[in-house]
Design a protein around this ligand. Structure first.
Ligand code: SF4
Length: 684
């Protein structure tokens, strides 16, 4: 709307997956979401109609699963406003997670640009066996690379092991490339992709891709900036966590970790599915474990929540009896939506108020992400283990843990206890790559509304709404250097987009910038005090929360700056993490390093992202700093910027000068001058 266009310039789709809270289960939770978030869905529906965008109704599924089933194709390129967009790399697509403002570029027909990433080659050899699943490939890689290791890289998989993987397994691996900060992840075209395309009603695409096969893989002799080798035959199942997805453990290692860290030995909930792991293959394997447990007279010992990734998967699972199996074991089938993966989990407080451990087959495990409780430790694993034929031992992971109830559970050595006190071991799980009767496609009909652009449609926004607010363009740059800026907070350690703009209960305000800004930086740790969400208001000298002080600065027209540590803004494409600070008067973020998407998001909103040339200069910023710049006037690609740091507590002392760097291109500098990328686009 603010870009002043009549229609969307490229094929686009809208997905209502983040606002459906997990409570009583599928239909009732969708109905509840319709009642509490109806105005949001009406806004999205009318905006989609007006601009010619496919609109997927609430309950239709999670964006990445629907994209894999309907839109992704080998050799294509796609942007998505969610960091797990690279899921489509499992179908050979270059799919990149971006901020909403980047998507606006593409939707408005403006070239989208990205600093050319490096290419990290991951050579897969061997064949998964016994315990390991495709998920373990990325869990291991996360442990090797850490959450920053893939930054500014495309991860390209190659080697003989690739052809042994299912399409949906490759999607799982690509999905979680976001956890190492990769720009995207990609597999070459394989037979399993062809099978998946045919099974999802796209035989023509499968044929076309097969004909172009030699172009849908690496060139012979291709060189990579770096190469990592993973032998699938040697891969062991893993659990990663808690609190960070790169803390990777084999099961014997985890037993030691639990003892050393005094983590709970028991599991308090097991959650499977989500966009990461809800393929038919995943679900049939998980169901095979559940059937064994039922045969032993067992039910899940802890809450067991199943999130199908789409209505197509859910309906197929229902038709094939899988849902019945999960429900007989006490499992709850949640809506086809993000639910607990994004903090939309109405978990009883008594389950999360004390330290507890949950296991999930999701992709992300930052503190508080799932149930909002900092006391909950989340470990990530496969919904089950792979390969029905080879293993002599049972599956170790999430589904099996629902029945063992133990976090320190290694089925290669451990048994589970029947209700009568006797014990047994799971037999190997049985999985099916694709449904023998095909997917239940009929169920999907009616969930998507497609139409040509219709300018007569009024986009619905109630001016009195607390959930939706039409935004005003940000003011253009005043042409001057920053001066007299105050430090809102100097952040120490991890500061993800969840720390900058928390999810959970705040998600309902995503359409209302003023209201959601009340969560700004509430997860940030103050480097001077070690306290979370606490800082000094230098206009009054009083302590306050980060958002309260930011609002006070905004109301006093006091410009402010955030100083960050390494990989500031890691985690997601959440543009609110940039819009909110901008809305509240932030003029620059200065840190040791940025996560790529967040850095771009800051540029889009007209905030200058700057890094210390010497990372140790981070230590030279005092709490009461008054900050100014030299170098914004005349800013050019690669030009230096100087940060002048004065201390009111040391009157007369010369300002400290700290050299800074920026990565703004010529176009991005225009965004800064216009006040935001949107302002620059609307002016074209
Ligand atoms: Fe939804 Fe979780 Fe997937 Fe994000 S990672 S799209 S919140 S299911």
């Amino acid at each position: 709307m603010l870009a002043k266009r009549d229609s969307c310039a490229v094929p686009a789709s809208v997905h209502c997956d983040h606002l459906i809270a997990a409570d009583r289960g599928g239909h009732s939770d969708v109905a509840h979401a319709e009642s509490v978030s109806g105005e949001i869905f009406a806004f999205l529906r009318t905006a989609s109609k007006k601009y010619g965008i496919d609109f997927w109704r609430p309950g239709s599924g999670i964006i990445h699963q629907i994209v894999l089933e309907n839109y992704a194709f080998p050799g294509g390129m796609m942007l998505g406003t969610d960091s797990h967009t690279p899921n489509a790399g499992g179908l050979g697509m270059i799919a990149i997670g971006v901020g909403g403002a980047d998507a606006v570029d593409a939707m408005a027909g403006i070239p989208w640009e990205l600093k050319a990433p490096k290419v990290l080659g991951v050579r897969l050899s061997g064949k998964l066996d016994g315990w390991a699943t495709p998920k373990d490939v990325i869990l291991k890689l996360a442990g090797m690379l850490t959450v920053q290791g893939g930054t500014n890289h495309i991860i390209e998989y190659f080697g003989p092991g690739v052809d042994t993987l299912s399409c949906t397994g490759m999607a799982t691996i690509c999905n979680m490339g976001a956890e190492v900060g990769a720009t995207t992840s990609l597999f070459p075209f394989t037979e399993s992709m062809r099978r998946y395309l045919v099974a999802t009603g796209r035989s023509e695409v499968a044929e076309a891709a097969a004909k172009a096969k030699e172009h849908l893989c690496a060139d012979a002799g291709a060189e990579y900036d770096s190469v990592v080798e993973i032998n699938l035959s040697e891969l062991a199942p893993r659990l990663n966590g808690p609190a960070t997805p790169d803390r990777s453990w084999t099961l014997p290692e985890l037993k030691t970790g639990i003892a050393e860290n005094k983590w709970p030995k028991t599991v308090s909930a097991a959650l499977i599915g989500s966009c990461t792991n809800s393929s038919y293959e995943d679900m049939t394997r998980a169901a095979s474990i559940v059937k064994q447990a039922l045969g032993q007279g067992m039910k899940a010992k802890v809450p067991f929540l199943i999130t199908p990734g789409s209505e197509q998967i859910r309906a197929t699972m229902h038709r094939d009896g899988l849902l019945d199996v999960f429900q007989q074991a006490g499992g709850t089938i949640l809506a086809n939506a993000c639910g607990p993966c994004i903090g939309q989990w109405n978990r009883p407080k008594e389950e999360s108020s004390a330290e507890n451990a949950i296991v999930s087959s999701f992709n992300r495990n930052f503190k508080g992400r799932n149930d909002g409780s900092p006391k909950t430790l989340n470990f990530l694993g496969s919904p089950e283990a792979r390969r029905p034929s080879a293993p002599k031992h049972p599956s170790p992971l999430v589904t099996a843990m629902a029945f063992s109830g133990q976090l320190a559970f290694d089925p290669t050595t451990d048994v589970v206890t029947r209700p009568d006190g006797s014990t047994f071991r799971f037999a190997p799980p049985q999985g099916i790559e694709l449904p023998p009767q095909g997917f239940d496609e009929a169920a999907t009909r009616g969930w998507v509304e497609s139409s040509a652009p219709d300018s007569s449609v009024q986009v619905k926004v109630d001016p009195a709404s607390s959930r939706l607010q039409l935004i005003e363009p940000f003011a253009p740059w005043d042409g001057k250097e920053i001066s007299g800026a105050r430090l809102l907070v100097k952040v120490s350690g991890k500061c993800t987009t969840d720390h900058i703009s928390a999810a959970g209960p705040w998600l309902k305000f995503k359409g209302h910038l003023e209201n959601i800004s009340r969560n700004t930086l509430i997860g940030a740790t103050n480097a001077f005090t070690g306290q979370v969400n606490s800082t000094t208001n230098w206009l009054t000298g009083e302590q306050g929360t980060n958002p309260d002080v930011a609002f006070a600065y905004r109301d006093a027209a006091q410009p402010w700056v955030v100083v960050g540590d390494w990989n500031y803004g890691e985690g997601s494409a959440r543009e609110h993490a940039a819009m909110q600070p901008r809305f509240l008067g932030c003029v620059a973020v200065v840190c040791r390093s940025f996560a790529r998407i967040h850095e771009t998001n800051l540029k889009k909103q007209g905030i200058v992202p700057l890094t210390f040339v010497n990372p140790d200069d981070y230590d030279r910023i005092p709490a009461d700093a008054v900050l100014a710049t030299r170098g914004l006037v005349g800013l050019a690609p690669g030009s230096p910027v100087i940060l002048e740091v004065a201390r009111p507590s040391e009157p007369g002392a010369p300002a400290v000068e700290i050299p800074l760097a920026h990565t703004m291109s010529r176009d991005q500098i225009e965004w800064f001058r216009a006040g935001s990328a949107l302002n620059a686009i609307a002016a074209q």
